[in-house]
Design a protein around this ligand. Structure first.
Ligand SMILES: [Zn+2]
Length: 420
């Protein structure tokens, strides 16, 4: 009844979901949590089992590598080696936002469009009128949680699809493909930006990350991102005798925050509109510290935003003295688009592959960053293909099995296109 792809992605997604790979924000350890190795080792063994070559687990940084050798194209009679090699990258960790411990995935077959009872005992229900994305999956088979943890389809739905794709092409040497390099990385959810991915070992000129929601979507554009850290020094004296002497750092902090335009905040912007966002503000009379993030797709406007924060600080220095305010701007990641535009066939091939699989490709500028943003600027152009999960980072996360199945088809089509 079900296809081989269906059975394989289902079995894999359920097996991977049960392994706790939650990463930890703020941890200086590499990887941020040691338990990510549990999945890394499983993937290494599995890759060896299906006959991938160059299988390697970096025991220091927890990155798994493997390669699929190129194959002759029967139609063209040409060697796949003359094609266009590419990489596929997915992350192993799950988000710290919800528990990833003791995940109990289960399958609801032939979803009827109604509310879904996730947990009988605690009466946890996913309501169809609250989670409207459910409508797109009527008649499909959903992998769900028991309502107490996340599922980890972000990003294990991608790993399940990539592994199934790899197993299939390795069993079918007649399928034309160029050399394909695989990598599974830790700590994406805590801003790891795939910093420990060894590009030399990956050994391909371009790659695709696989992550994100909605089947058939892809991203070739992300924000430019930086963080501004503003330290404010006040002068504290007894409040009863403060007149003309006290300088309250909290007041200055409030003033600075009020200078940020109201219509340029996350809650008032969408699409390609950039913003400022105060992440934290700690303040007492003597000292205040503001951390704010700056985001914009457009490089020029992004630079303008950083300059604007600088101007606000200068303004306050004029009022409160040169040493009252200090500003530090830390770059986070940059828009991948300028890099990806230098290899236009990457996106053409991806769009064509999505179309080959019977879907209409949807491209949206991503209002965030991906590991691919950083990798692109390290010299590995790296757009993103959706993983197909929904409601990530929470207890209502789910993955339609048919979406993973489709993603295997997209990867096969991509391999064929790039073998030509
Ligand atoms: Zn993810």
């Amino acid at each position: 009844m079900h296809t081989w792809f269906y059975e394989k992605v289902k079995e894999r997604m359920i097996r991977y979901a049960k392994i706790d790979t939650q990463s930890q924000a703020g941890s200086k350890a590499v990887p941020t949590t040691i338990k990510q190795f549990d999945l890394a080792r499983m993937l290494r063994d599995e890759l060896e089992g299906i006959g991938a070559s160059d299988v390697f687990l970096d025991e220091k940084c927890c990155v798994v590598y493997a390669k699929i050798p190129p194959a002759l194209s029967e139609e063209s009679g040409k060697s796949g080696e003359s094609g266009k090699p590419f990489g596929l990258i997915a992350h192993m960790d799950t988000a710290p936002d919800a528990s990833g411990h003791d995940v109990k995935p289960w399958v609801l077959e032939n979803y009827d469009g109604g509310d879904i009872k996730l947990n009988e005992k605690d009466n946890i229900i996913m309501r169809a009128d609250e989670f409207r994305n459910l409508r797109a999956y009527i008649g499909q088979d959903l992998i769900l949680t028991d309502g107490t943890t996340l599922l980890g389809g972000d990003d294990k739905a991608s790993i399940a699809a990539i592994m199934t794709f790899a197993e299939y092409v390795l069993q079918n040497p007649q399928i034309p493909r160029p050399m394909i390099s695989l990598a599974f990385t830790p700590d994406e959810e805590v801003g790891g930006l795939a910093k420990d991915l060894d590009l030399e070992r990956l050994g391909v000129p371009v790659a695709y990350t696989m992550d994100g929601d909605h089947l058939g979507w892809y991203q070739d554009e992300t924000f430019n991102a930086s963080e501004a850290v503003i330290n404010i020094t006040g002068r504290s004296v007894h409040t009863g005798t403060a007149k003309g002497i006290m300088v309250n750092a909290a007041d200055i902090a409030a003033k600075l925050i009020s200078m940020l335009p109201e219509n340029e905040r996350p809650q008032t912007t969408e699409g390609r509109e950039g913003f400022y966002h105060v992440v934290s503000c700690e303040a007492v009379c003597e000292h205040a510290k503001i951390r704010l993030i700056i985001r914009d797709h457009d490089g020029g406007r992004f630079a303008g935003r950083e300059a604007f924060i600088g101007k606000c600080c200068e303004e306050l220095k004029k009022q409160y003295g040169e040493t009252a305010v200090s500003l530090q701007i830390l770059p986070t990641y940059r828009n991948m688009k300028e890099v990806i535009d230098t290899v236009p066939d990457m996106i053409q091939d991806l769009r064509q592959a999505i179309t080959d699989a019977g879907l209409a490709p949807v491209c949206e500028p991503f209002r965030g960053g991906t590991d691919g943003s950083a990798l692109s600027h390290r010299g590995l152009p790296c757009p993103n293909l959706s993983a197909g999960y929904e409601n990530a980072h929470g207890r209502f996360e789910y993955v339609p099995i048919q979406s993973m199945e489709k993603n295997v088809e997209i990867l096969l089509a991509l391999a064929r296109r790039r073998a030509e």
